[in-house]
Design a protein around this ligand. Sequence first.
Ligand SMILES: Cc1ncc(COP(=O)(O)O)c(C=O)c1O
Length: 473
Amino acid sequence: MNQPVTTDDALAMLSAMDRASLIHPFTHLRGLADGSIPNRVVDRGSGCRIVDRTGRTLLDGFAGLYCVNVGYGRADMADAIYRQAKDLGFYQSYAGHATEALIRLSARLVAMAPGKASKVCYGLSGSDANETNVKIAWLYNNALGRPRKKKIVSRHRGYHGSTIFAGGLTGMSLYHEHFDMPLGPIRHTGAPHHWRAALPGETEAEFSSRRARELEELIQIEGPDTIAAFIAEPVLGTGGLVPPPAGYFDAIRPVLERHDILLIVDEVVTGFGRTGKLFGSQMYGLEPDLMTLAKGLTSAYVPMSASVVSERVWSVLRDASDTLGPFAHGYTYSGHPLGAAAANVALDIVEREDLPGNAARVGASFNRQLHEAFDGHPLVGEVRGIGLMAALEFVADRRQRTFFAPGLKVGARVSAACLEGGLIARAMPHGDILGFSPPLVIGEEDVAEIVRIAKTAVDKVADALKAEGVWKP
Ligand SMILES: Cc1ncc(COP(=O)(O)O)c(C=O)c1O
């Protein structure tokens, strides 16, 4: 890749302007503003790598935010967006208007989606698409004359966004504290993480049955006639990249069916190949009543999200049209033509280059290499993953399964050590967890490099913790 032409002065100026003018998401405000936290100007990318303004190339083991699935710097993506912008940079999709790109995309999504998909409703982010799905679940129950059936059950450690309702669905206190959230009819049930939460001797299948029983108990306490929907990611993402334990969704599904509760499957991360199947729903036998898509839909080249509505839900909304009046929801940019153009090409690439197949093959090798490098490592309690999603969870004591004090920031230190080695691997927000979720175009050489850099980083932090006297393995 070309080195960017820059001077130290120009970079210092940009850096100062950044500190003076931006609020960065999920960032310590004063630390960034006063310069005690580093900032980075990112200039370009190609394949699985980005280049920053200092000219440093970094291997992106997190695909941005698990979203640049087709890789950076693709001319086919840029050309399609450019062509659409030249022909028609914007038109609205209210009241029956559409572009050819949007119509073709919608038909394609309905055909490819798991379950009995019928229609697609567009937004701009995973958060807003989850809000749309909740509003549709409410509308559905109003149309059916069930005005009390409105609560949404989510899981601890689920991540569904950071807007007011979607952020409430997110099951991590970090996203609620100091914002007076959650707001509205939201309930949380147990996280599907066997290694963390299983009782002594409890198998994965027994743990899954227990989680299903707990869900049933929650529903009984709240009243089945008050629960509209259950929302779940096929694989926990931001909550720690946790594949579900054996039998989990098989145990949960009958509980939902028994009480006529809709299933919202949040495929924002897992959609379009990341688990090794086109959708995570196919990996775990799920038929979504409502499905949330974003990220991989356009590979993040243009912001776009989608709510895919099943025939079951759609037919109720259609039949109640005269009572409900127009569907009073949407945004100026719903179905934006640039997003549609980007999505059509991104999905061409997913299909032509068989990215789910690549995620399955390279992901299996990646997970094997992670196990080889870290199983039995005194700092690593669990190595887990599926497809091209994986994580290492750090522990103070492997046998006792005890964790470090959050103030030691062990996960963040390992992530920083990876960065020193030229790798972006994300310190996940909930616990000392290092997450990997590289572009789906990644090959064998690059996953081997991820594991090699991560191993050096973990060893380095382990040695440092010992030397500082804060850890005795
Ligand atoms: C599973 C899941 N749902 C929803 C969201 C929210 O998407 P956005 O950040 O685009 O609002 C995310 C973001 O990471 C996500 O991982």
